[in-house]
Design a protein around this ligand. Sequence first.
Ligand SMILES: Nc1ncnc2c1ncn2[C@@H]1O[C@H](COP(=O)(O)OP(=O)(O)OP(=O)(O)O)[C@@H](O)[C@H]1O
Ligand SMILES: [Mg+2]
Length: 511
Amino acid sequence: MSPTLRTDERHAEELAILYEISKTLATGREMASMITHVLAVLHARLHLDHGTLVLLDPQTNELAIEVAHGLTEEERTRGRFRIGEGVTGAVFKEGKPLLIPDLSREPRFLHRSIRRNLSGRTVALLAVPVRLHEETVGVLSVDREGGVAQGELERDLQFLSVVATLIAQVVRVRKVLTPALPAAPNPQDALSGVIGESLVMEQLFDVIRRVSSSRTILLLRGESGTGKELLARTIHALSPRRDRAFVAVHCAALPETLLESELFGHERGAFTGAVARRPGRFELAEGGTLFLDEVGDIPLSIQAKLLRAVQGLGFERLGGQRTLKTDVRLLAATHRPLEEMVRRGAFREDLYYRLNVVPVMIPPLRERTEDIPLLVDYFLATFNREHGKAVTISPSALTLLTDYHWPGNVRELEHCLERLVLLTTQPVITPEEIDALAHLLDLPKEPAKRAAAPPPSLPRSVQELERAEVVAALERTGWVKARAAKRLGLTPRQLGYRVKKYGLRPPEEGE
Ligand SMILES: Nc1ncnc2c1ncn2[C@@H]1O[C@H](COP(=O)(O)OP(=O)(O)OP(=O)(O)O)[C@@H](O)[C@H]1O
Ligand SMILES: [Mg+2]
């Protein structure tokens, strides 16, 4: 039961939630995945439980559950209503919000959809229409437990109406897009974005096809840039959870307390700066996939808690008492030598065995050079499309790229080709052209396999390149912006924007 917040606190909390929701809805992910996240936020932050979105199925003229927080697949498919039937049907038909303070006294409530064992508890039901251009297209409903004051319930109802307005926009986008999509996209297509024809990669695809549909934990191993995250997303896209959230946590990026709160959430006031309750990634991934990236970087202090969660024994939010359990499929990745870390005592052995159920080793690119021509074709096509160009590559240039040892693996190859497409003025990339651009590509001048060559630095980003071009033009023109713009083929306004974006100033002013 949530404590009743003061009005101004509640107002601030609502704004924060709306901000979080609108950010989620702006990600443009699969509709179900975004709305699942929204319902998880309502659950975690406002104690609005059993959030459910039903939408009209124009084919059957029935209302079908589109997304529901905490329902199994089977329970979801059971929840179909006719227009006008039950509470949901009534809200749909009338197009008006409905507040039922005590469900147990509501004759219209159809128990069939579910789960709710009301024995002895007071549960309020709040339902609002989802409307698009004066037309009702669905119903958003939630429960609120525990005999809450009428005023607060009304406030919840108002808030829910605002959330329904945001959701309506997402429904609209899907309606617009749906006719263009094939009726039933073949989930196997998900693998088409992972390029590889070497024997090892074929074998790996085979393993992935076989384990995707299960809940098996996969531990993805491989050097930086070999495609661990790409594979994790692909496995999710191939799994029955593909319409639910894919939530990634980069475990190396955060200090200890923040990482713990990121994973498991926190209660208000759990630590300095914890001004509001926040659900963790384990909660946000409900029904979907949780990807623990750089799992080898999780500090020992958090490993015990993670082990419990992985064993399905639940977890508590930081500063919280309640044990929460969520239904998530775990994927993990690391480039660290976990076995050695276990020996050194830096990684728990029991956790290692839990995560290492199906180890997937992605070999470095230099050990599967057969994949390079296909990857080059793929990236050329991608970047030609993106930058409106039609660059091709000569056979000798392709050999040169195939012979290079690619310490940054596929990521490095991808960046290299993007820059080649962007920078070349020739229709065909030749070895000479690569040589001429080498200083911008971060490849050594002779990219042959020179074992003794020092590893080249990480590829520079396109942004850094753009910045360097602007600086060079400004320097060459003595910071006369109009001339620099002309050199770069930009309008003065476009140049002004870039100067501002990169915070560039002439050297005298700079000090
Ligand atoms: N087989 C592949 N086919 C197409 N693209 C790939 C392939 N492997 C990797 N990539 C691309 O290379 C880039 C790096 O991949 P990804 O981020 O998955 O690597 P990673 O193993 O997670 O690296 P890191 O350890 O540095 O996080 C991405 O842009 C990804 O799309
Ligand atoms: Mg990664």
